[in-house]
Design a protein around this ligand. Structure first.
Ligand SMILES: Cc1cc2nc3c(=O)[nH]c(=O)nc-3n(C[C@H](O)[C@H](O)[C@H](O)COP(=O)(O)O)c2cc1C
Length: 731
């Protein structure tokens, strides 16, 4: 069964019962203190559990003139009814060992009487009892559905008590306390339901009346009470009530109502006259009363009070979670049919909607027609030019509930015109399948003939505004539409810029040639190869990002000069000694995996930049293979010397170069096809593939990897992506 079925049942049950449940819980907390307060009265003797009837009854008979009845309550207080030596009625707690009178019972306090009546019947007699019974039953169902939700959330029964990832206060404590109070709440609900059924006569609790054969009653041999075998066998702690014989006549007998049966005993010989076990239903009623009220054990009563208090918290936190989910409902000004921008959201708990709304709002403010909807509402969008897919991942790397049907819908509704797409995954590294569903969506879209990749898939760990900002910047660069990340979402001050000094610039003669720029940061604040350098060519909001390779403590950028290029043109003109204002954007997901047993780097064109730095920093000599593609040999010349030196120093193990416009006219994907077995082996041994370069190359390589993974490893490429074995930074 899917998570949503359990979730909706859980919610529906909670909504339908929360008022009565709150009332029952509040009164339940109050009533749990009654047994605790009662147990503090000094009527229990320490030897209670050891005393037998043979020890107790003779002492009581000796000390009390006339006894008609003895009862033992849930607090193990012994109450005797009868009369004293003056013939006056007597109802008193006694010491069962000495027969001494300890005190008189008092009436239940009015407050507890009031709370009990409210708890049991809402002061509405039978109707109230019915609703309270129904509430107990609903609580039982809520407990079951809640347990299923926790099992699904924790990915299986075995992991039920493993660490819970903290999402937000209400959700975290709803699950933490839910797990802890699961058993007491289940017991409260089950016993409450049972007691209601019993109350309405739906379970048969009729006791069998003792059948004494008076013809067979013996009056010999006469024995002392202390010598009755049956009284020696029965402990006081097994007794609920004893009715004493009304006279000395042999036909009057002792009736012993024990916890599990009723006995009648000849008052002269001590013979057992009848022995009837109670029906199971009666035993269950007693057990339910013990468990539901906590009357038998003060510690259990306190546990019940805490559990009932937790129910109140669950009502609050459950509604807080629902409220948060509902608050993200979408309002569109334009229809799906007329919109140029389609934003799809896959979200379970609503936070991804916040990010989607931010994009949506900015597009609307710029006068664009934008339509925001859920993945499951995907259809044909006749005017769409851009598709932005934002999605969280849940379960075992699964789709959120509102994105479950996406794979089917995509096949069902091909778009009639080319649409440029970009996928942004929301997830958490706390889970092993990081953003897996987003990677699947990316794969799915990349296979559609109408889908044109616009920006490499980006991921956002733990709702990081900075990582969202990276995507926004990349998307904005491609579309030329401003997409800023609002400061209330970022909750960080505007970036501080560093001053960097140009140390070298190889320049190029051709307008589509590649050149290398080296910069030295005035203060070295932890730049790592794979990070990005944000430059501001016009000193305004326009930012351009370049992949950094750190070589000899300097930042090296590999740049292709585009005719009229805003960023590349600016960098091309830099001369050694010049300074620029820029900032380093940490790009943690694309750092060299220091713990990987083997690393394969795949690049085309300027995508080689971060790899040069990583190779230069590979002092541990982790086996490292570079597959790179260029148009002509000339493009590779500037890297050759460095890479050959790295091979000699064993910082680079193998080097494979493809030229697309010369010689065999190969692409980097052709090299990978040739070495498919090796690539599969690296993945199988937990090695890491890193891809950097153009999105076109990335698409080809991913398609190839999908085939390799499926045929040689029996898994999807998204499996490896979600386990950080395939890292990408393409543009
Ligand atoms: C029960 C649960 C399971 C999750 N499973 C994954 C997962 O497998 N992979 C992942 O990257 N993130 C996982 N996450 C993290 C969410 O995807 C992430 O917090 C996301 O930002 C939530 O977005 P939403 O509020 O729109 O649903 C999980 C979160 C929860 C609460």
């Amino acid at each position: 069964m899917t998570i949503s079925v359990w979730r909706y049942s859980h919610l529906a049950l909670a909504v339908s019962s929360f008022l009565l449940l709150a009332l029952a819980s509040i009164t339940g907390v109050i009533l749990a203190f009654e047994p605790v307060s009662q147990k503090m009265q000094p009527y229990r003797v320490d030897t209670f559990s050891e005393l037998t009837l043979a020890q107790t009854l003779p002492v009581l008979k000796k000390n009390i003139a006339e006894i008609s009845e003895l009862s033992v309550d849930a607090n193990q207080f012994v109450l005797v009814k009868g009369s004293d030596e003056n013939g006056k009625n007597l109802t008193a707690y006694v010491d069962p060992q000495t027969g001494k009178i300890l005190g008189e019972p008092t009436e239940q306090s009015e407050f507890f009487q009031w709370a009990t009546a409210l708890h049991r019947s809402l002061f509405l007699k039978e109707i109230g009892r019915f609703f309270i019974g129904l509430t107990a039953f609903l609580l039982l169902l809520i407990t079951v559905s809640g347990t299923m939700l926790i099992i699904q959330r924790q990915r299986g029964l075995k992991r039920f008590f493993t660490r819970i990832v903290r999402d937000n206060f209400a959700q975290y404590y709803h699950v933490v306390l839910g797990r802890l109070s699961l058993i007491p709440i289940f017991v409260i609900a089950l016993s409450g339901t049972y007691l209601s059924l019993e109350r309405f006569g739906l379970v048969n609790t009729e006791k069998i009346s003792p059948r004494v054969n008076f013809d067979a009653i013996q009056s010999k041999p006469q024995r002392q009470l202390a010598d009755f075998a049956v009284f020696n066998d029965i402990r006081l702690s097994e007794v609920q009530r004893i009715e004493f014989p009304f006279s000395d006549d042999v036909e009057d007998y002792y009736t012993l109502k024990l916890k599990d049966r009723e006995l009648t005993v000849n008052q002269i010989t001590g013979d057992i006259l009848s022995d009837d076990r109670y029906p199971t239903a009666v035993l269950l009623t007693n057990l339910s009363l013990d468990l539901h009220t906590g009357r038998a054990n003060a510690l259990w009563a306190i546990i019940l009070a805490v559990a009932a208090g937790n129910i109140l918290f669950f009502i609050y936190s459950g509604f807080a979670i629902t409220w948060k989910r509902r608050a993200n409902r979408v309002r569109n000004n334009y229809s799906a049919d007329e919109s140029r921008f389609i934003i799809l959201v896959g979200s379970e708990n609503g936070s991804t909607f916040r990010f989607a709304q931010l994009i949506h709002q900015q597009l609307l403010n710029q006068g664009e027609k934008s339509f925001l909807t859920e993945f499951n509402k995907y259809t044909v969008f006749p005017k769409a030019e851009h598709l932005i897919a934002l999605t969280a991942t849940y379960g075992l790397g699964d789709a959120p509930t509102n994105a479950r049907r996406f794979a089917t819908l995509v096949e069902q509704y091909p778009q009639p015109q080319p649409v440029r797409y970009s996928v942004l995954g929301f997830g958490s590294h706390a889970y092993p399948d990081f953003c897996k569903f987003a990677f699947e969506v990316n794969q799915l879209l990349s296979r559609q003939s109408w889908a044109v990749p616009l920006v490499d898939i980006h991921t956002v760990n733990d709702k990081s505004p900075e990582e969202f900002g990276l995507w926004a910047e990349a998307w904005s660069q491609q579309t030329k539409l401003p997409m800023s990340v609002s400061s209330d979402l970022l909750k960080t001050p505007p970036p501080k810029l560093d001053t960097l000094t140009v140390t070298d610039n190889t320049r190029t003669a051709q307008p589509d040639g590649t050149f290398l720029v080296r910069l030295r940061a005035n203060r070295r604040n932890g730049v790592t190869s794979g990070d990005l350098l944000a430059i501001y060519p016009a000193n305004d909001h326009r930012e351009r990002l370049y992949s950094i390779g750190v070589l000899d403590h300097e930042l090296q950028l590999s740049v292709r000069l585009h005719p009229g290029g805003f960023g590349s043109g600016f960098l091309h003109e830099l001369t050694p000694g010049q300074t620029i204002q820029a900032r380093v954007v940490s790009n943690n997901h694309f750092h060299f995996p220091q713990k990987a047993p083997e690393v394969v780097m795949i690049a085309n064109g300027t995508g080689i930049a971060p790899f040069l730095g990583m190779i230069s920093e590979n002092k541990q000599q982790i086996p490292c293979h570079l597959y790179c593609g260029f148009r002509q040999r000339a493009s590779f010349t500037m890297y050759r010397e460095f890479l050959e030196a790295s091979q000699s120093a064993q910082q680079l193990t193998t080097l494979h170069v493809a030229y697309s416009r010369e010689g065999d006219k190969q692409y980097v994907s052709n090299l990978l096809t040739r070495d498919a077995d090796f690539i599969a082996n690296v993945l199988a041994m937990n090695g890491v593939l890193m891809i950097c370069g153009s999105l076109g190359m990335q698409k080809d390589v991913l398609e190839l990897l999908e085939t390799i993974c499926q045929t040689k490893l029996g898994k999807s490429v998204s499996d490896y992506q979600s386990h950080s074995q395939i890292l990408m930074d393409c543009y």
